[in-house]
Design a protein around this ligand. Structure first.
Ligand code: PMP
Length: 385
């Protein structure tokens, strides 16, 4: 057997930097879970923003097949897959939508497929890893712009637009570790001025933001200006999988060319059925969306983290920036001792010196849970901001 000692050395180094991770089994029980040492913790770390991960579809709507058996292009695409894709296209007000095995596959595959040699991708510095990997896989030149800096984007294009065949402006809608939002109106203006296309990853906006819950593009009134929107079924939708919504010619092209769609097994029919139910609930129970938004506003207000942007204040991701990794670990441990799970997020997921607790809210959290957490944050002396 070859020796993997060098990997053991690297892991030891991560431990000494307080950056070693491991998989910890946790038994979910609604909005709580029981950890390996039988501690019951209220979960403020999940992305189940609407509490839909525990909503089961009616048993009669569940297909008997647990597996889709093949890629969507071979024989894994069932009438349920088509129904979900049509539901998403309607929800997103786009001509078409197509499903992916995960949001990661949707983001990485779409960017890698659409942006070609001779093109340029302008990518926000804090974009999710799935978009970054899409940029790396594509043959286009990639220019990373400072976080949210649309003027930087405009300047690059003023100077260099003539060098490129096509221009792709690629951004998260809601940023997953900061809970802030992309300036989509300004980016859409720039895209129109320089004949570029905007691709938005709506992973944390879908189900949460906008009048009907379709995401940040809707909340900012730019749904018809952002041609390609990527989403996940794994967060507010409470299931698993990803999607791309946009013009039919784009989804059709992805079906023909996108490797993460073509060379991976289609979503399990049971998951698809659960996602269809979740989209029905988004429409019939808007109070879930209103509830999580008002919890987000309340928590930011109580922790003096409100900003001047009303939409941002209703995002259910509240980062409590601590700084040093070791201090973030101490903070997460103290909250666990008080019965709350608020995960510490460390580099390389976030920049060095900005380790943080990532507090995420769900419509399933009760007022008492949220007040107790706020008290525990104060009691533990966690210094935020
Ligand atoms: N984009 C963003 C912004 C995300 O936070 C995530 C999940 N962490 C993804 C994409 C990937 O989605 P999925 O978990 O469905 O692969």
């Amino acid at each position: 057997m070859p020796s993997f000692d060098y990997l053991a050395d690297r892991l030891a180094e991560l431990s000494s930097q307080h950056r070693r991770r491991s998989l910890v089994p946790r038994r979910p029980e609604g909005v709580e879970f029981v950890d390996a040492s039988s501690r019951r913790l209220i979960n403020f770390g999940s992305n189940d923003y609407l509490g839909l991960a525990t909503s089961r579809p009616p048993i009669e709507s569940l297909p008997s097949e647990t597996g889709s058996t093949a890629s969507a292009l071979v024989c894994g695409w069932t009438p349920l897959h088509q129904q979900l894709a049509d539901t998403i296209a309607k929800f997103e007000s786009t001509e078409s939508a197509v499903l992916f095995p995960s949001g990661y596959a949707a983001c990485s595959g779409t960017v890698a497929t659409l942006a070609e040699a001779g093109d340029v991708i302008l990518s926000d510095a804090l974009n999710h890893a799935s978009l970054i990997d899409g940029c790396r896989l594509s043959r286009a030149e990639c220019v990373v712009y400072p976080h949210l800096d649309h003027e930087f984007v405009a300047n690059v294009l003023k100077q260099r637009r003539h060098e490129f065949t096509r221009v792709w402006i690629v951004t998260d809608g809601v940023f997953s570790m900061d809970g802030d939002v992309a300036p989509l109106a300004a980016l859409s203006d720039i895209a129109e001025q320089f004949d570029a296309s905007v691709i938005v990853d709506e992973a944390h906006g879908t189900g949460v933001l906008g009048e009907t819950g379709s995401g940040l593009c809707e909340a900012l009134g730019v749904k018809d200006r952002v041609a390609i929107r990527i989403g996940t079924l794994s967060k507010a939708i409470g299931c698993q999988g990803g999607f791309v919504a946009g013009p039919a010619v784009v989804t059709d092209y992805l079906v023909n060319r996108c490797r993460s769609l073509i060379f991976s097994t289609a979503l399990a029919p049971t998951t698809v059925a659960a996602a269809i139910t979740a989209f029905e609930l988004l429409e019939s129970e808007p109070e879930r969306r209103q509830r999580v938004q008002s919890l987000a506003k309340h928590v930011r207000d109580q922790l003096s983290l409100s900003t001047t942007c009303a939409i941002e204040n209703s995002v259910p991701i509240v980062p409590l920036i601590i700084g040093e990794d070791a201090n973030a670990m101490t903070a997460t441990e103290s909250l666990m001792e008080s019965g709350f799970f608020v995960p510490a997020i460390r580099p390389p997921t976030v920049p060095s010196g900005t380790a943080r607790l990532r507090l995420s809210l769900s419509a399933s959290h009760t007022d008492v849970m949220v007040e107790s957490l706020l008290n525990a944050i104060k009691r533990c002396g966690i210094n935020v901001g």
